[in-house]
Write a protein that binds this ligand. Structure first.
Ligand code: SAH
Length: 348
């Protein structure tokens, strides 16, 4: 992997929102509208160097080049699954690597992005557990995952899910900034309703997100219906138990009027019987929500194994019959370990 020695002191220009770039240009003695021109070069024309920005003076292009860098990730590895799902391992130019997964649906392309190098949450069923946490990704590095895949595949992506490596709400500021860059019509111009943020349940950050006035979808990794059960799967539950989590969700719905998506990974003889389904109905009754049932992916040395298809369907039917909209998530990319929780582990 390459280390970008000559660029270490330069700022990644994709870390700047349009407003921040305007401020920066003012500081440099330039007119703020130059920021709009630069944004157009970056996000419309996908310029890879300041030299290409021909409507800026050579003097300004040189100045930009001294201060900023246009970071473009290198592809270390790309795997294509039989269903067309593509998994990328990117060199993020500081000696670290992250994964990003491209999925094709009938309505377009969806990209699963990472928010951190590693993860601190320690969920027992997740492949990111056991890999040490290294650092947060910057907003520009989150955005660059999208741009790098679009460059490589010559496509435009229409949906973004923060379901790759990391806990997005543990990297709150950079994730919120990335959402603004992704959503801004002068940035990547992807509608907020096409952006999903998934969290293991960092309650204070859910309250904070509700105040941001972003129309993105919130996904909650619930996975269990009692605190005892959930704490065994997800240590975060010891800090923020189910009642507190669901109260934060109710508040989020009241403030944003947005439907929440609850993720529930079904593991055999763990959380997949009718008693669980009954408790789940009780917990979610009356909430503006949807349940996404995920057949759990067994990870290496993991103790959780996938529920049988019968149990998964019985679980879904019970929820649907009792007023909770539930669907089973299609498993994409399982032959290249791109399915949930399988990211990055095998490449270290
Ligand atoms: N940290 C965030 C986002 C990353 S995980 C979160 O916890 O939500 C994205 C989703 O994949 C989460 O719902 C997570 O619980 C789920 N997941 C992780 N490992 C899995 C596995 N082995 N099988 C099924 N789903 C898994």
């Amino acid at each position: 992997m390459e280390l970008d020695i000559c660029n270490v002191n330069k700022r990644n220009i994709k870390d700047f929102t349009l407003e921040e770039l305007k401020e920066k240009l003012k500081e440099m003695g330039e007119k703020p509208f130059r920021a709009e021109q630069i944004f157009k070069w970056l996000y419309d024309d996908r310029a890879s160097s300041f030299e290409d920005m021909t409507n800026l003076s050579i003097d300004l292009r040189n100045k930009l080049n001294d201060i900023f860098v246009i970071k473009e990730f290198k592809i270390l590895k790309k795997q294509v699954a039989s269903d067309g799902t593509k998994k990328y391992l990117f060199d993020i130019l500081d000696g670290n690597a992250i994964e990003t997964v491209l999925m094709q649906y009938h309505h377009g392309y969806s990209l699963c992005v990472s928010s951190q190098v590693g993860c601190k949450m320690g969920c027992k069923f997740c492949a990111s557990t056991g890999i040490p946490f290294v650092r947060n990704l910057s907003s520009g590095e989150i955005v660059e995952q999208i741009m790098a895949v679009e460059r490589d595949e010559k496509i435009r992506i229409s949906n973004i899910v923060f379901m790759g490596i990391g806990e997005p709400l543990d990297n709150y500021d950079n994730v919120v900034k990335a959402i603004h860059l992704i959503n801004n019509p002068k940035g990547l111009n992807i509608g907020a309703r096409h952006i999903s943020v998934s969290t293991s349940g960092l309650v204070p950050k859910i309250y904070k997100l509700a105040e941001e006035n972003i129309q993105c979808t919130l996904s909650i990794s619930l996975h269990a219906t009692t605190n005892e059960q959930r704490s065994k799967m997800m240590p975060v539950n010891n800090s923020y138990p189910i009642e507190e989590l669901l109260q934060a969700c109710r508040d989020y719905i009241e403030k944003t009027h947005r439907r929440i998506s609850f993720e529930y990974a079904l593991a055999k003889e763990n959380n997949d019987n009718l008693e669980d389904a009954k408790r789940l109905v009780k917990l979610l009754k009356g909430m503006l929500c949807h349940v996404n049932l995920i057949p759990i992916n067994k990870i290496e040395n993991g103790r959780f194994t996938k529920s049988s298809n019968e149990n998964i369907m019985r679980f879904r039917d019970y929820l649907n019959e009792h007023g909770i909209v539930a669907t089973i998530r299609r498993e994409l990319g399982s032959d290249i370990d791109a399915a949930c929780g399988q990211l990055r582990r095998k490449n270290l």
